[in-house]
Design a protein around this ligand. Structure first.
Ligand SMILES: Cc1ncc(COP(=O)(O)O)c(C=O)c1O
Length: 398
């Protein structure tokens, strides 16, 4: 009731959200405050922070694909995919994505996050065992939390642990894993995971957000590279917001799975369809990937060069298996300062801290864009190593 509130909008005992201040103080004390920094369109910074792996987000064909779609179809999809939100662009994108990556069918959703929630919740109903890698992305974790099945978290990239989790269970089961883990850029042992799943008759759901466009021939993705594309027991989720330089997500797999998702996945049914401009941009990106398949290999080469040069400077970085290069920082505070120092020197890098890092180790996260030149790579390495905090460099290596 209005009378119960003070003139400042709170009751004499305090207001409903006072507890937030306590959380803010804890975050400040731990050096974990996050802030938004608007990016100017003409930023002079060298970008090693985005997920624009192939440098396609501002490619003229991709921009024109978005603009043409917006002019023809308007600013939004106008409704759920099941009502007015399916345009010819959506069905064409689904057909072409499935065909390029080697699956029977595809379903486009409004984000990769929504795609993961859709796949896990719809494929793990009550009575299903979900075996989930400890390093999985938040969207897969949330899919497990929302699903009616029961989740068992297993140690990172450990097919034997998956086998052990599945062995005593004789009901339906799914194994859920990222293909490339977003923090360290390491790959899941997909072929072995598929083997462990098959031994128990379990399905496999792979989030290929960081593999599509980068791994496999012509960037067809990590499951394709592992020989799993088109398998009847494998379902793959992707995002269109990284290598494709657009926005949106998709689930790829057997036609009957896609048909099931259309009827059962709440983040598909109760969500407005992907904006036409994003579908148009993704179609153009796919066209570029088809025409210039070498882009995928270039991104991997840039990652290897960055890793070689940075470790040569004494920094600790995980050997990249895709296009993510992760460099260890001594503390969350040091990581934030390091990223700020890089920015001041003209270089934009990602900064991962708890709770985004499962092992508590803060990192700089670098994106190896396919279109980085040798001079840009050298400049990035010079800035990162010059601004490195003391504990980040192995003694005696500089
Ligand atoms: C591994 C992984 N899966 C899913 C997503 C979500 O994709 P989107 O940004 O399209 O929602 C992301 C990133 O943002 C990711 O890194």
């Amino acid at each position: 009731m209005a009378a119960a509130h003070s003139s400042a909008g709170g009751s004499p005992e305090g207001s409903a959200f006072d507890w937030i201040d306590g959380q803010r103080r804890d975050r400040e004390a731990a050096g974990l405050v996050r802030t938004l920094r608007p990016r100017p369109a003409d930023s002079p910074l060298l970008d090693l922070a985005s997920n624009d792996y192939l440098g396609l987000a501002r490619h003229p064909d991709v921009v024109e694909g978005a603009a043409r779609a917006a002019r023809r179809w308007g600013g939004g999809a106008t409704g759920s995919r099941l009502v007015t939100g399916t345009t010819e662009l959506h069905t064409r994108l689904e057909r072409e994505l499935a065909e390029y990556c080697g699956y029977e069918a595809a379903l486009v959703l409004s984000s990769g996050y929504a795609a993961n929630l859709a796949a896990v919740t719809a494929l793990a109903p009550h009575g299903t065992l979900i075996v989930s890698d400890a390093g999985n992305h938040a969207s897969l974790i949330d899919g497990c939390r929302l699903a009616r099945g029961t989740t068992q978290v297993v140690p990172h990239a450990d097919p034997e642990a998956v086998r052990k989790a599945l062995a005593p269970y004789d009901g339906p089961a799914v194994v859920v894993s990222d293909s490339v883990f977003s923090v360290d850029g390491d790959q899941a042992p997909l072929a072995e995971l598929a083997g462990a799943a098959r031994e128990s008759g379990a399905g496999l759901i792979v989030d290929d957000a960081h593999g599509l466009g980068v791994l496999g021939p012509g960037g067809r993705g990590a499951p394709h590279a592992a020989g799993l594309a088109g398998a009847p027991d494998t379902v793959v989720t992707v995002t269109l917001s990284k290598a494709f330089g657009s926005q949106g997500g998709a689930v790829l797999g057997p036609a009957r799975v896609v048909d099931h998702l259309v009827n059962a996945a709440r983040t598909f049914i109760f969500d407005t369809g992907l904006a036409p401009a994003a579908a148009g941009a993704a179609l153009a990106a796919l066209g570029l990937l088809r025409a210039e398949p070498e882009r995928a290999q270039q991104a991997r080469q840039v990652a290897l060069s960055l890793h070689r040069l940075l470790t040569g400077e004494g920094l600790t970085a995980v050997s990249p298996e895709a296009a993510v290069v992760s460099v260890q920082a001594p503390s969350p505070d040091a990581a934030v300062r390091w990223a700020a120092d890089c920015r001041a020197a003209g270089l934009s890098v990602g900064c991962f801290r708890p709770p985004s890092v499962p092992d508590g180790i803060s990192r700089l996260r670098l994106t190896a864009r396919a279109d980085l030149t040798g001079a840009q790579i050298a400049r990035a390495v010079e800035v990162i190593s010059r601004t490195a905090p003391a504990g980040a460099v192995t003694a005696g290596s500089r």
